[in-house]
Write a protein that binds this ligand. Structure first.
Ligand code: NAI
Length: 271
């Protein structure tokens, strides 16, 4: 269902790799709601993924950018404003990667070069994106910036490894930059803390299948899907949430506030 919530709004969407990506579903929903946007991803991901199909489906252009490169980001912001015909109203940062997770390195035996790379891609890139937009004065007043995070930033999930630390860092950047973006440019900045979701990044976490079914059983409303996340993001990009900023917003079916569920108790009750 479409409500035209984003009619006339222009944006940039980072991180659509394939059809499972949360950014992919978000792009489709934003398009349905009348928004126009530029799609971007790291050059290697553009070669491996299927983003061209999404660009055709949504009438969008694709601009490669490694989100850790200021040069790439400056080029992306300038070109996006040219292509879209004005300042930017919404930005989705849907980027995450840990080399330690990818290479199966345990949290107590980190390779710190990989740790540094992971936090640069997963957290500092969000600062770099915002600083580039801020310096170029590229955001419209009452614009909205969203990044995606996970509850391992607040509570320990052992196999989430250094991504937990990266997500804490990301959420802190949202609050800190949100202050300045709000004060100076009337732009809001939030993170959505999403349920485990079967995507390339999600499935890279060890024991993901157990992880996702446990969360499903613990959440009164069940896990939020990628489409649920896309819909929530649409509301945050719309004019209906103008003064929501510097928040970490849970889209998790109630998981984060549930101590234990009946289903989980039953699994541990001896007959
Ligand atoms: P995904 O694998 O489809 O998306 C991750 C994206 O990050 C990919 O498109 C990848 O190319 C991009 N990326 C990696 N390095 C980059 C770089 N240097 N520059 C630009 N882009 C780069 O997976 P998903 O799940 O859609 O991930 C999106 C976001 O959602 C991530 O921040 C992830 O941590 C977050 N999230 C995912 C959850 C899950 O269970 N899948 C749960 C909660 C949050």
């Amino acid at each position: 269902m479409s409500y035209n919530l984003l009619k006339g709004k222009r944006g940039i969407i980072f991180g659509a790799l394939d059809e499972n990506s949360i950014a992919w579903k978000t792009a489709v929903r934003v398009h349905e709601e009348g928004g126009t946007f530029v799609l971007t991803n790291a050059p290697i991901a553009l070669r491996m993924g299927t983003i061209k199909n999404l660009a055709e489906q949504t009438g969008s252009e694709v601009i490669p950018a490694d989100a850790t490169s200021l040069e790439d980001l400056e080029n992306l912001v300038t070109k996006s404003m040219e292509i879209l015909g004005g300042k930017i109203d919404f930005v989705l940062h849907s980027i995450g990667m840990s080399v330690n997770v990818r290479k199966g390195r345990h949290y107590t035996d980190m390779n710190y070069d990989w740790t540094t790379k992971g936090w640069d891609i997963s957290a500092v890139s969000f600062h770099k994106v915002m600083q580039t937009l801020y310096k170029a004065d590229a955001m419209s007043e009452w614009g909205s910036i969203v990044a995606l995070t996970y509850m391992a930033a607040q509570r320990t999930f052992p196999d989430y490894n250094d991504m937990a630390d990266n997500k804490s860092y990301l959420e802190s950047i949202a609050r800190s930059f949100g202050y300045f973006f709000g004060k100076e440019k009337k732009v809001r900045v939030n993170t959505i803390s999403q349920s485990p979701t079967p995507t390339t990044a999600g499935q890279g976490v060890k024991g993901f299948d157990g992880f996702i079914s446990y969360a499903e059983k613990m959440s009164p409303l069940g896990n939020a899907t990628a489409l649920d996340c896309a819909n929530y993001t649409v509301t945050l990009f719309s004019d209906l949430t103008k003064r929501v900023t510097m928040q970490n917003l849970y889209n998790d079916g109630g998981f984060s506030n549930t101590g234990v569920s009946q289903e989980v108790i039953e699994r541990f009750t001896e007959e």
